[in-house]
Design a protein around this ligand. Structure first.
Ligand code: SAM
Length: 286
């Protein structure tokens, strides 16, 4: 991996600097691998997350990001689709209802348990599995027509390996479509020298691991997760290294209709909240 994410301090130009994030109590976690640690955070968040997503309170999803991402995704009828970091399966179910043959994978056992329960209740033929996006050796090469990853790659520690894996499992001519919080405008909470929230652009070139405090009133229970700030170039370099060619990019804006339905989206009328990237694995040169 090109960049390390140290646990307690960030280095910049070879010097320790004072930029920091919440120092978590890691005594227990330190015995777990990174994957298990991040998966456990999402395990702890699952119930609250499931309510948030399934009850329509996630209006950034319903009013902003999904409409734009699904416009890129287009017609998926009959396609083999892999949804990376699928969470409790909300978007995997949308893809399956559009007649795709869907596999959903996620690091969190509990997210996958909830996804499977829903599949039991309403059978859409989705195969859900606990898997690290950075190591999908159980999935064959050149198998999927489309790989999706909705607002999750920023949460995947080894995003470069995840992109390499997405490229490997895609068929030649297949597409990888992913969305991430906009790397310039995402909000990052710094804890030193004083507690303050910044827009990522203020420290854009400092790759950071940081904690997101999910504490909106819309949640049944607050929770915390870990995210990674990287630059757009980092994502583009990883695509390029794996021979994925960028074909489209969108910075979604809410429509008038969406604004009327979800007034909270006014916050992102002038400032983009997310970015959606479509890339393609070129046809086999042989
Ligand atoms: C913000 S949630 C989004 C879930 C889903 N894509 C959605 O749109 O509802 C991020 C998800 O990424 C998953 N995740 C984080 N690191 C992962 C990894 N290395 N491999 C697979 N999933 C991962 C988490 O478990 C969590 O379910």
């Amino acid at each position: 991996m090109a960049f390390g994410f140290p646990v307690k301090r960030v280095t910049f130009n070879g010097k320790w600097n004072r930029l920091s994030w919440r120092r978590r109590e890691r005594s227990e976690e330190s015995s777990l691998s990174d994957g298990a640690y991040l998966g456990r955070e999402w395990n702890d968040a699952t119930e609250s997350w499931v309510d948030f997503v399934r009850s329509g309170k996630d209006y950034y999803r319903d009013g902003l990001n999904n409409p734009a991402a699904f416009e890129f995704i287009g017609d998926v009828a009959g396609l083999a689709v892999l949804d990376l970091a699928c969470g409790e399966g909300y978007n995997a179910r949308i893809l399956a209802r559009k007649s795709a043959k869907v596999t959903g994978i996620d690091l969190s056992e509990k997210m996958i348990e909830f996804a499977k329960q829903e599949e039991e209740k309403d059978k859409l033929g989705i195969r859900f599995e606990v898997m690290n996006a950075a190591d999908m050796h159980r999935l064959s090469n050149n198998h999927f027509d489309l790989v999706t990853c909705f607002m999750s790659l920023q949460d995947v520690r080894d995003f470069e390996k995840a992109i390499a894996e997405a490229a490997r499992v895609l068929k030649y001519g297949g597409r990888f479509v992913f969305s991430i919080p906009h790397p310039c405008t995402e909000m990052i909470r710094l804890h030193e020298p004083e507690e303050r929230k910044i827009r990522a652009i203020e420290k854009y070139f400092r790759r950071m691991e940081y904690t997101i405090e999910w504490n909106m009133e819309r949640l049944t229970k607050p929770f915390r997760t870990t995210s990674f700030h990287r630059t757009l170039t980092d994502y583009f370099n990883a695509l390029h290294k794996n021979k994925l060619v960028v074909t489209r990019l969108a910075e979604p804006r809410p429509t008038l209709e969406a604004l009327q339905r979800y007034p909270g989206l006014r916050d992102v009328l002038e400032i983009p909240q997310s970015i959606i990237i479509e890339s393609m694995k070129p046809e086999d040169p042989q």
